[in-house]
Write a protein that binds this ligand. Sequence first.
Ligand SMILES: Cc1cc2nc3c(=O)[nH]c(=O)nc-3n(C[C@H](O)[C@H](O)[C@H](O)COP(=O)(O)O)c2cc1C
Length: 342
Amino acid sequence: MSLIANLYPLMKPWLFRMDAERAHEWTTRMMRISHSLGLLTVGQEKIAVRPVECLGLKFPNVLGLAAGMDKSASAVEAWSALGFGFVEVGTLTPRPQPGNPKPRLFRLPEHEALINRMGFNNPGIHSAVKRLRNRRTSAVVGVNIGKNFDTPNEGAVNDYLLGLKAAYPVADYIAVNISSPNTKGLRDLQAEDSIRSLLGALKTEQARLASEHGKTKPVLVKIAPDLEESQIEALARVFNELAVDGVIATNTTINRAAVVGHPLENEAGGLSGAPVTQRSTEVIRAFRSLLNPRPPIIGVGGILSGQQAADKLQAGAQLVQVYSGLVYRGPGLVQDILQKVG
Ligand SMILES: Cc1cc2nc3c(=O)[nH]c(=O)nc-3n(C[C@H](O)[C@H](O)[C@H](O)COP(=O)(O)O)c2cc1C
């Protein structure tokens, strides 16, 4: 195991006594410093990873960092050094915004889970794009785009079009986030008519940008786990009709069944980590059987072990991502997953 993976279990009790968001900021800063000192790779075993051709891109391996961990694209090189084959930055909105009042991130260690209602705190897409222009990494970089909290749903398409246009020159792929529970009304964009018109406009703009830049960049849609069968079928219908390039399944859940009785059960926000493992795998399986032709699926939600990553791939995902698992298992999880499925 790498030095950093060995250190994490020693640091975890101290980090877990800290406010969750402060701990996140602290670890991100430490990661950047450790990377600049070349410490992230010390003692790292060479794992024979398998590069994957997917979405017309060459991924160094199947494992990615999920959106939300690096909202401002501030540590892409460091994530890559930890072993990630791809990093999805964001969610980024057209204008910078502070997000919801704090506290807005909570740990439920008994369930290896998090509840967050961050609300797209981010420095704005243009700031992230500027950073990404100078990136030096072999990792694939996805840019996850959303709408500002004060943009009404009727005008949402303009925010997404602006995000797509801004991200296009620097992103390897663009992820359209319509599934965060923390921006009022955002998930309503998953309704059949709304997603048809939003995605239609984005596909038209993608074609225009492809001819302007001489390169087609894939546009993926990130969906919620809280969808009924009929909603999944309706979404798949639209994705097939418009030939969506890929699907990211899933975001956090608003379902609290798995954490009933926990003192934080009623905190508003999206639940992630172990409670969402099974549901997100079910959603992946459902989309795999409905999507035709077969666009890639990125599987995310409650991966806390190499086996759980393998389960997502088995259910039909081509790539996987983690967020909460990193908080509970630390950087050793990256190596565990790569050993199992890399
Ligand atoms: C604190 C936090 C912030 C997140 N922010 C975003 C975000 O900005 N955009 C997004 O698409 N997903 C966001 N997510 C969702 C994750 O990308 C992921 O889909 C979800 O947490 C399930 O994966 P996990 O169980 O491995 O955490 C966030 C998750 C957490 C825990």
